[in-house]
Design a protein around this ligand. Structure first.
Ligand code: SF4
Length: 370
């Protein structure tokens, strides 16, 4: 499992708290450093790669030549004999027919994750997105025509001023497109974002809890009618089209992450690279980074946090015995409240429980001393 972080954006979306550099400058030094890091750290992924994910930032800001350079380096450094899924995150305005043909021609990428967010221009303007609704429609059609059979869209609900009817219109629009996967997120106001400032200054009023809940319920209703299964709190797909890469994060499969601000996970240790493109490039493949050795308690807490957001829930066999006792005791009140269903193999969140996954996870965590 390999993740490449491409931390460039044309401009900053108002809600975005990710590390990304707003630049129109050359990205070649970064791509060269990325290739060097792949070469230097190849031994950290000795097994055949099953999934590769180009995330950001905006990976579709790289040129076809730069993407080809990365693909060639990956092919040189890793065993690709069992590769199943290779995703490129893209913004609609970058997905021209020429770019899409170039991607298909590499015989490497088989999945696109397109940041559409809304099919209404005034929502896009509010979020400071660069593309129009029309560009999104064209991009999805062009991607399908180019040969991408596995297309995911990102949409955001709970936008300031977004009515339920408008959110439902977004979902209806998605149903009419050749799309197999949806990641739908409730808008959150993160500190340090432009949106946070706008809200603090009283220039925008965030949606209230009731509205967000109504949008979420409309999402569930749409999914069941449109033939999309929910497999994680924010992720929906047509049968057989789950994101393999993201599913492996949730079951805590080790992965190698390269690039500025990229995280890696070895099974017992997390590592994260410096979140600064200048420092990353200057280090030529050996970037400053920090590491954290996970204690058994950390590992248990992470398992609870990620598993409770999935429909499968927490697999008993993955919980170490001392934590299983703690979990069984602490979870009883959520079972009684109908938020968790207990089976011989799993603790599964019910649809109502999924919505409260983060709050329940906080209550189920083990204290640091264990
Ligand atoms: S394109 Fe994505 S990463 Fe870049 S600013 Fe917008 S939300 Fe953030």
């Amino acid at each position: 499992m390999l993740y490449l972080h491409i931390p460039f954006c044309h401009r900053k979306c108002t809600y975005c708290a990710f590390y990304s550099a707003v630049t129109s400058g050359s990205k070649q030094p970064y791509v060269d450093a990325l290739c060097r890091e792949l070469e230097l750290r190849r031994a950290e992924q000795p097994h055949p790669l099953r999934t590769v994910y180009f995330g950001g930032g905006t990976p579709s800001l790289l040129s076809l030549d730069q993407l080809r350079q990365l693909v060639d380096t990956i092919a040189r450094c890793f065993d690709l004999s069992q590769l199943q899924e290779v995703t490129l995150e893209a913004n609609p305005e970058d997905l021209t027919p020429v770019f899409l043909q170039g991607l298909i021609g590499m015989h490497f990428f088989n999945r696109l994750s397109i940041g559409v967010q809304s099919f209404f221009d005034d929502d896009l303007h509010l979020l400071n997105r660069r593309h129009s609704a029309q560009q999104s429609l064209q991009a999805v059609q062009a991607a399908a025509e180019a040969g991408f059979g596995n297309i995911s869209l990102d949409l955001i609900y709970g936008l300031p001023g977004q009515t339920l009817a408008r959110w439902q219109a977004n979902l209806a629009q998605l149903s009419a497109l050749p799309v197999s996967h949806l990641s739908a997120y409730a808008l959150t106001v993160e500190e340090g974002t432009i949106l946070h400032r706008q809200v603090a200054q009283g220039r925008l009023l965030p949606a209230d809890e009731e509205t967000v809940l109504a949008h979420y319920q409309a999402l569930l209703q749409w999914a069941s009618q449109a033939g999309f299964e929910q497999y994680e709190i924010s992720n929906f797909c047509r049968p057989g089209c789950r994101s393999r890469h993201n599913s492996r994060y949730w079951d805590r499969t080790p992965y190698l992450g390269v690039g500025a601000a990229a995280h890696s996970f070895s099974g017992c240790c997390r590592r994260w690279n410096v979140a600064d493109v200048g420092q990353y490039v200057a280090a030529v493949g050996n970037p400053p980074h920090e590491e954290e050795l996970l204690t058994p308690t950390d590992a248990y807490n992470e398992l609870v946090m990620t598993s409770l957001r999935t429909v499968e829930g927490i697999a008993r066999e993955r919980v170490e015995p001392p934590f299983l006792d703690h979990l069984s005791r602490a979870i009883a009140r959520f079972v009684a409240a109908g938020l968790i269903q207990e089976t011989p193999t799993h603790f599964r969140p019910t649809p109502a429980g999924l919505l409260q996954a983060d709050g329940m996870a906080a209550d189920l965590m083990a204290p640091p001393s264990r």
